[in-house]
Design a protein around this ligand. Structure first.
Ligand SMILES: NC(=O)C1=CN([C@@H]2O[C@H](COP(=O)(O)OP(=O)(O)OC[C@H]3O[C@@H](n4cnc5c(N)ncnc54)[C@H](OP(=O)(O)O)[C@@H]3O)[C@@H](O)[C@H]2O)[C@@H](O)CC1
Ligand SMILES: Nc1ncnc2c1ncn2[C@@H]1O[C@H](COP(=O)(O)OP(=O)(O)O)[C@@H](O)[C@H]1O
Length: 292
C-alpha cells in the first residue's frame, strides 16, 4: 500500500492541547504511577536520569527497579523517586527479577524499560517477558537492542500503547531502513509495520505513529549530543504517558520539551558545557513556554 507522507512540524498549536492538565485538587495518584526498569554496573547514571526527568515532568509516583549492587547509589541519588533492589547476575538484572517487576508493575500505569540495562542473555529474556504486559510501554536503549531478531514480540503488542526511542544505530539493529536517507519515511514505515509510536532520535527527531502521522521536531542542538540525554527523554515521555497523554502526543510533546530544555540550558551554559542533568533542570522553563 502506498502511503502519502503528511509531515508536520511540532509547534505550539500541537503542544498546548497535548500537555496533560494539572487538576488543582489532584493527588499524587491522579498524576500517574511510573515504573522504570534499567541500570547495570557501569550504567548507574541512566536510570537516575530517567527517574529525575520523569519526576520533573509531573508524574505523581516514580518507582525504579535496578540491580541490587547499584541500588544504594540510586537510593542516594533519587530522593524524589523510589528505587528498589532486584536480583542480578554479572552486574545486570537477572531472569529471577521478573516476578518482583511484575508485582510492582501491577500497581503502576506505565513501564519504561531499558535505560542502562546492559546487553546480556538474561536481561534480553527479561525484556521479552515484559513486552507481554498490557500496560503502556516506553522501550529505550538496551530494551530496544533486545528486540533485535525478535521483532515479532513488538508486533504482538499492536493495539497496546508502545513507544520506541531508538537512535539511528539502535533503529538499524531492529530492522529500520535508513538506506534511502529519508528519516521521515523510514520512521513512518517502521511505525506502521510494527504498530508502535517510533521516535527516531537525532537532530530533528522524527516521531511516527501506527496510523502514518509523521511529526518533525525543531528543538534541540549539539548540547544534547552527550551520553545520558536519551535517558532523560525516556523519562519525559513516560511521565507524560503516566499522566494519561496518549502515546503519540506524549512522544511529540516529550521530544519538544527535551529539545527546548536543551536549548535553554545551552543559552545559559553553552553547548559545550550542558550536561543531561542541566537538561532536567531546564524542563520547568520549557514546560512554562507551553503553558504561557
Ligand atoms: N550515564 C549512563 O549511565 C549512561 C548509560 N548509557 C547506557 O549505555 C547503554 C549503551 O547505549 P549506547 O547508545 O551508548 O550504545 P550503542 O547502542 O552501542 O550505540 C552507541 C554508538 O552508536 C554510534 N552512533 C552512530 N550514529 C549514532 C547516532 N545517530 N546516535 C547515537 N549513536 C550513534 C556511536 O558510535 P561511534 O560514532 O562512536 O562509532 C555510539 O557510540 C544503554 O543502556 C544506555 O542507556 C548511555 O545512555 C550513556 C550514559
Ligand atoms: N545535534 C543534536 N541536535 C538535536 N538533538 C540531539 C543532537 N544530538 C543528540 N540529540 C538528542 O539527544 C538524545 C541522545 O540520545 P541517545 O543517542 O540515545 O543517547 P544516550 O543513550 O547516551 O542517552 C536524543 O534525544 C537525540 O535526539
Amino acid at each position: 500500500m502506498e502511503v502519502t507522507t503528511l509531515i508536520r512540524t511540532v509547534g505550539l498549536d500541537l503542544l498546548k492541547p497535548a500537555l496533560p492538565q494539572r487538576q488543582l485538587d489532584g493527588h499524587k495518584g491522579t498524576f500517574g504511577k511510573l515504573l522504570i526498569v534499567g541500570g547495570a554496573v557501569g550504567y548507574t547514571g541512566a536510570p537516575y536520569l530517567t527517574a529525575s526527568a520523569a519526576v520533573r515532568t509531573g508524574c505523581g509516583l516514580v518507582s525504579l527497579g535496578v540491580p541490587k549492587t547499584i541500588w544504594p547509589i540510586e537510593a542516594a541519588k533519587c530522593v524524589s523517586a523510589m528505587p528498589f533492589p532486584l536480583p542480578e547476575k554479572n552486574g545486570m538484572l537477572a531472569g529471577k527479577a521478573l516476578p518482583q517487576i511484575l508485582e510492582k508493575l501491577d500497581g503502576c500505569d506505565v513501564l519504561a524499560l531499558g535505560p542502562g540495562l546492559g546487553r546480556g542473555r538474561e536481561t534480553a529474556r527479561l525484556v521479552w517477558e515484559l513486552l507481554k504486559t498490557e500496560k503502556p510501554l516506553v522501550l529505550d536503549a538496551d530494551g530496544i537492542n533486545a528486540l533485535s531478531g525478535h521483532i515479532d514480540l513488538l508486533d504482538a503488542r499492536r493495539g497496546r500503547p508502545t513507544v520506541l526511542t531508538p537512535h539511528e544505530v539502535e533503529f538499524a539493529r531492529i530492522g529500520g531502513d535508513l538506506s534511502r536517507g529519508d528519516r521521515e519515511r523510514a520512521a513512518q514505515d517502521f511505525a506502521m509495520a510494527h504498530g508502535c509510536v517510533l521516535v527516531l532520535k537525532g537532530h530533528r527527531t522524527v516521531t511516527a505513529s501506527p496510523e502514518g502521522d509523521v511529526l518533525v521536531n525543531t528543538t534541540g542542538g549539539s548540547g544534547l549530543a552527550k551520553g545520558g540525554s536519551g535517558d532523560v527523554l525516556t523519562g519525559v515521555i513516560a511521565s507524560l504517558m503516566a499522566q494519561r497523554a496518549d502515546a503519540l502526543r506524549a512522544a511529540a510533546v516529550g521530544v519538544w520539551l527535551h529539545g527546548r530544555a536543551g536549548d535553554l540550558a545551552e543559552q545559559e551554559l553553552t553547548a559545550y558545557s550542558v550536561t543531561p542533568e542541566d537538561v532536567v533542570r531546564k524542563l520547568p522553563d520549557a514546560i512554562r513556554e507551553i503553558l504561557e
